[in-house]
Design a protein around this ligand. Structure first.
Ligand SMILES: Cc1cc2nc3c(=O)[nH]c(=O)nc-3n(C[C@H](O)[C@H](O)[C@H](O)COP(=O)(O)OP(=O)(O)OC[C@H]3O[C@@H](n4cnc5c(N)ncnc54)[C@H](O)[C@@H]3O)c2cc1C
Length: 574
């Protein structure tokens, strides 16, 4: 079947929902999600949203700007960061007016807590900048925005998987979706398409991300000719529950928790003397892995302790209730009395689909705009996070740039009318699905995926080096060859997750190659990208954004300059 809408938004995380709220009413908007909308990963966000409200202590957007630029290891585009941090207080009050139940101070103001890398007065010590709702911030914002969409009768295509983008001439004109409930393919035609498909953490074995975070939107854009920007920068959050990788929010350290090694030492005092456990995530993750490598992991294993026991039961249960229950359920450990075993876990992709500050997708290093295509949220790279994202800046990014994308699309569609499509994209995809089911190959999706996830942990995580990256790229290429011989054995039409996972794996393999390829070519260490063979930052050669293009000969690399407006690169110490 063919359906027409003015605007199609793929993804019902905060970026997609916020964009929808902005453009519905004046345009016919449809939201598509492969999972039930409120199960999008944004709902798992625990810690908060950063904004310099200054409710508990003095704060300024200029300090927020400085911290974000420094956190990005000077790779973030400062014009975009300035837009984001200036808009932050407005974004929070807007959510408050929509009904988000933020935690409160004794005076009734929105409560704020400390988070890694957020400081007062340009680095003098931690500041309370994260607005939160206990440790369920993402959940309450997601539910509120979802309610707003229902109220405005936005059309939802729930449990519909987008298989491809339709590009005709130089304009994106729609998408093909696979309806999981019926197994049918539909064509959704649109005047503007927003990719808000989230991150790709599931490429790695240990991750805080949900099952849906397979990077589909990134790969769909890449396959259609759009480059991917700065994909070497993958954030490892310092505190994933050992050995599962489930997140223990930085809020735990923001509320006063700290890390200890086997000897009981608060080792972050050595790595970041000023802000200690509240240094930026790349710094803390490297410190943990270094301690483990030096044999100071707990009982000689691959983890350290996160100690909250001194905070007291009341504070722990009031502010960190959800993560406390996770730790109790999954590990049988009670954080009120015992330290939590933690290890770094793959958390966030700083890179993504290049966009301008209004969500327009950019096709090349000169900034040519892809007609009809927009991107926002974790799948996009504006770039406000550069080489390392600060905690609580992602939700802010989604809300600020989600809204701006909505505004831009609303305006842009006024100039366009629907016209019939020339090709038959449904047929091409039907053939591809048939091929997967009728293939005579013997390869299995889960075996290839497991190998990819372990490999990415081994060569593309906290520490990297030339040899590992080179071998990793070769092995991903051989996994891609094996992928050509996979067979989907589940014959059912309805809820054929095996088929969907086969599609996802093809995307994940592309992205793994791009990540390793970008990392291989960046011969320096910056933010989350640490090269053991090039341990220093090399601004002279690498103060620039990576762009990787898909070509028939494989990935091709180009670069574009970083936008620096206020803060020249300095040595980054915490
Ligand atoms: C456990 C955890 C805690 C976090 N805590 C915080 C925090 O406290 N503060 C903060 O700032 N950041 C936090 N982050 C980061 C932040 O939550 C994410 O970056 C953000 O939620 C991503 O939102 P999004 O709207 O881009 O996408 P998501 O919320 O990931 O949603 C992606 C959407 O795209 C849809 N989709 C994807 N592919 C397809 C496809 N092919 N077809 C159809 N639909 C598709 C999915 O169904 C889903 O609806 C946290 C992340 C995690 C994992």
């Amino acid at each position: 079947m063919i359906f027409q809408h003015d605007i199609i938004i793929i993804g019902t995380g905060l970026a997609g929902l916020r964009a929808a709220v902005e453009c519905t009413g004046q345009a016919d908007v449809a939201l598509v999600s492969k999972v039930y909308p409120t199960r999008s990963h944004s709902g798992a966000a625990q810690g908060g949203i950063s904004a310099s409200l200054g409710n508990d202590e003095e704060d300024h957007w200029e300090w927020h700007l400085f911290d974000t630029v420094k956190g990005s290891d000077y790779l973030g585009d400062q014009d975009a960061i300035e837009i984001m941090v200036k808009d932050a207080p407005r974004v929070i009050y807007e959510l408050e007016h929509m009904g988000v139940p933020f935690s409160r101070t004794a005076e009734g103001k929105i409560a704020q807590r400390k988070f890694g890398g957020h400081t007062r007065d340009y680095g003098k010590g931690p500041v309370r900048r994260a607005c939160y709702a206990a440790d369920r911030t993402g959940r309450v914002v997601l539910d509120t925005l979802y309610d707003q969409c229902l109220r405005q009768r936005v059309k939802f295509y729930s449990e519909h998987y987008v298989l491809s983008l339709i590009l005709e001439g130089d304009r994106y004109r729609g998408v093909v979706v696979y309806d999981l409930a019926t197994g049918e393919l539909h064509l959704l035609q649109a005047k503007a398409i927003l990719l808000a498909t989230g991150g790709c953490g599931k490429i790695y074995k240990t991750t805080s991300n949900s099952f849906a975070s397979t990077g589909d939107g990134l790969a769909l854009a890449y396959e259609s000719g759009i480059p991917l920007e700065d994909m070497e920068f993958i954030q490892f959050h310092p505190t994933g529950l050992y050995p599962l990788g489930i997140l223990v929010s930085e809020a735990a350290r923001g509320e006063g928790g700290f890390l200890r090694n086997r000897l009981g030492e608060r080792f972050m005092e050595r790595y970041a003397p000023t802000v200690k456990d509240l240094a930026a995530r790349d710094v803390v993750s490297r410190a943990i892995v270094t301690e483990i490598r030096e044999g100071k992991g707990i009982s000689g294993k691959d983890y350290v302790h996160l100690d909250l026991t001194h905070l007291g039961e009341e504070k722990i249960l009031e502010r960190l209730w959800e993560i406390t229950s996770f730790v109790r359920i999954y590990l049988g450990v009670d954080p009120v009395y015992d330290p939590i075993p933690v290890q770094p876990t793959c958390h966030y992709v700083m890179g993504g689909i290049p966009t301008d500050v209004d969500g327009r997708v950019l096709k090349d290093e000169k900034g040519a705009v892809a007609q009809g295509l927009y991107a926002s949220g974790e799948c996009a790279c504006v770039s406000v996070h550069g080489a390392n994202r600060l905690g609580c800046n992602s939700l802010l990014d989604l809300l600020v740039f989600g809204r701006r994308s909505g505004l831009a699309m609303k305006k842009a569609i006024q100039q366009y009318q629907h016209t019939p499509l020339s090709g038959d994209p449904l047929k091409t995809l039907e053939e591809r699905i048939k091929q997967l089911s009728n293939s005579s190959g013997k390869e299995k999706v889960d075996e290839i995926r497991r190998r990819m996830q372990s490999l990415m942990m081994d060569v593309g995580s906290v520490f990297r080096n030339e040899e590992g990256l080179k071998n990793g790229i070769e092995e991903i290429r051989s996994l891609k060859e094996r992928y050509q011989k996979i067979r989907v054995t589940n014959p059912r039409k309805a809820f054929n997750y095996e088929l969907m996972e086969a599609m996802e794996l093809s995307h994940q393999l592309h992205l793994s190659e791009v990540i390793l390829f970008s990392a291989f070519h960046r011969r320096e260490s910056r933010g989350a990208h640490f090269r053991e063979d090039f341990p220093g930052r090399a601004d002279r050669y690498f103060l620039k954004h990576t762009l990787v293009f898909q070509t028939p000969k494989g990935p091709e690399i180009r670069y574009k300059p970083v936008k620096i407006t206020r803060f020249q690169p300095e040595t980054r110490v915490y």
